[in-house]
Write a protein that binds this ligand. Structure first.
Ligand SMILES: [Zn+2]
Length: 193
């Protein structure tokens, strides 16, 4: 699963550079040009991490940080702030508001920024600890038969050994509502492998 990052930056050049860099590094990148846009976007999205410029027109990064950290839906999302020169009072204010860390924009190389993002992501507490669920489908229930027909699932019987297949559901945490990907497998053949 690719990590989703929200990049909030008013300089189009800086935004473009990081968008390219982070896309290359396999992140899914969302962008906003200012704080107001970021807030609007966050009402429908929950990124895994936010990279937030502090000095922006319309609405600055401090305000965005405040909104994120006081919203129960978003407060767990780590926020890394871009400080133009790393002024102590600016950095302290951001950390007090709940920033996970800061990056001095003028002296930090893109590679180091990516490294920092990965470090912060790796330190996140696991949101939930369940891994996956195994489900059995009743072939006569609801749309089971249609599902079998549409996807050639052989009435949920293994094509090799005819054992009833089971469905593994794997939760995905990047969605608001419970969201799963599913995979049918044969418990008998799987056990033999
Ligand atoms: Zn089988």
């Amino acid at each position: 699963m690719r990590n989703k990052i929200l990049l909030v930056e008013d300089s189009k050049a800086v935004q473009q550079m990081y968008r390219n860099k982070l896309t290359l590094e396999q992140f899914q990148v969302l962008t906003a040009d200012n704080g107001m846009e970021a807030i609007k976007l966050l009402s429908g999205e929950k990124p895994d991490i936010v990279l937030l410029d502090l000095m922006m027109p319309v609405m600055d990064g401090f305000k965005v940080l405040q909104v994120i950290k006081t919203d129960s839906r978003l407060s767990g999302v780590p926020v890394l702030v871009f400080s133009a020169k790393g002024q102590p009072e600016e950095v302290e204010k951001a950390l007090n508001l709940g920033a996970a860390g800061y990056i001095v924009k003028s002296t930090t190389k893109p590679n180091e920024v990516v490294e920092k993002i990965r470090t912060v992501l790796s330190q996140r507490p696991p949101e939930q600890s369940f891994a996956q669920y195994t489900i059995e489908i009743r072939e006569d229930a609801y749309d089971a038969r249609k599902l079998s027909d549409d996807f050639k699932l052989n009435n949920f019987r293994c094509a090799l050994c005819s054992a009833p297949m089971l469905l593994d559901l794997i939760p995905e945490f990047s969605h608001e509502t419970p969201w799963f990907s599913g995979k049918f497998f044969c418990p008998r053949c799987t056990a033999r492998q």
